[in-house]
Design a binder for this molecule. Structure first.
Ligand SMILES: O=C(CO)[C@H](O)[C@H](O)COP(=O)(O)O
Length: 225
């Protein structure tokens, strides 16, 4: 079974948690897209929900599929958010931001009563860090942040889009760092990174996830915290 099918299997399991009347956070990425597609079908069949998108790309896909997308300010609070991840460990800690949407994703997750992560089996890891950790930085500070992260031994690489700097929906930069060889506790690392002025957010999601649904073969396995 391919990773693509496993993503779909996980997404179809996750949408079972969505009921009429809910406000739903929509994640970003290829796995989340299967969830958005499935919700689009459910809306065509009478499901009534409001949704908050974690990226402009997700907003566009959801709107095209007939989903009522509102702002976070209008939503105030979300019942459930379904999102993908680049890595998930056994303690429900995540690396996110491969698709560059980590800032809005973390804000939406923080404001959601239930956070469901969906992923194919390749994303399930015993230790985070093979995937480079995305950091969102303010362009004014990016080069000096890179220098500081280098001094911390984190091998920072600014994300590019061809010859241009990659830009997030907030018009910020992304710097990908290598945390595999660091022996700093993840929560301490998160604190150290957030203490550097100009780092807006990191792709470490350490405590927000309630439910993880992994597609493996034809099966979806759900784990609860
Ligand atoms: O964090 C994300 C985007 O910022 C995505 O959830 C993550 O990159 C996984 O993407 P995909 O489902 O395409 O593998």
């Amino acid at each position: 079974m391919s990773a693509v099918n496993e993503k779909k299997v996980a997404a179809l399991e996750a949408v079972k948690y969505i009921k009429s009347g809910m406000t739903v956070g929509l994640g970003t990425g290829s796995t989340a897209f299967f969830m958005i597609e499935a919700i689009g079908e459910m809306v065509k069949n009478g499901l009534e929900i409001k949704a908050v998108a974690t990226s402009e790309a997700t907003k566009k896909s959801a709107t095209n599929l007939g989903i009522n997308v509102i702002t976070l300010a209008e939503a105030k609070r979300l019942d459930v958010t379904i999102d993908g991840a680049d890595e998930v460990d056994e303690d429900f800690q995540l690396i996110k931001g491969g698709g560059g949407a980590l800032l809005r994703e973390k804000i939406v997750a923080h404001n959601s009563d239930l956070n469901i992560i969906i992923a194919d089996s390749s994303k399930s890891v015993s230790r985070l860090g093979k995937f480079k950790l995305p950091i969102e930085t303010i362009p004014f500070a990016t080069q000096l942040i890179i220098k500081e992260l280098n001094e911390m031994g984190l091998k920072p690489v600014q994300r590019m889009n061809g010859d241009e700097d990659y830009k997030t929906d907030e018009n910020n930069d992304i710097v990908d760092i290598d945390i595999w060889d660091t022996n700093i506790k993840l929560s301490d690392l998160e604190q150290q990174l957030k203490a550097i002025p100009g780092i807006v957010e990191t792709g470490l999601f350490l405590t927000s996830t309630n439910l993880v649904i992994i597609g493996k073969g034809e099966q979806a396995t759900t784990s609860k915290k």
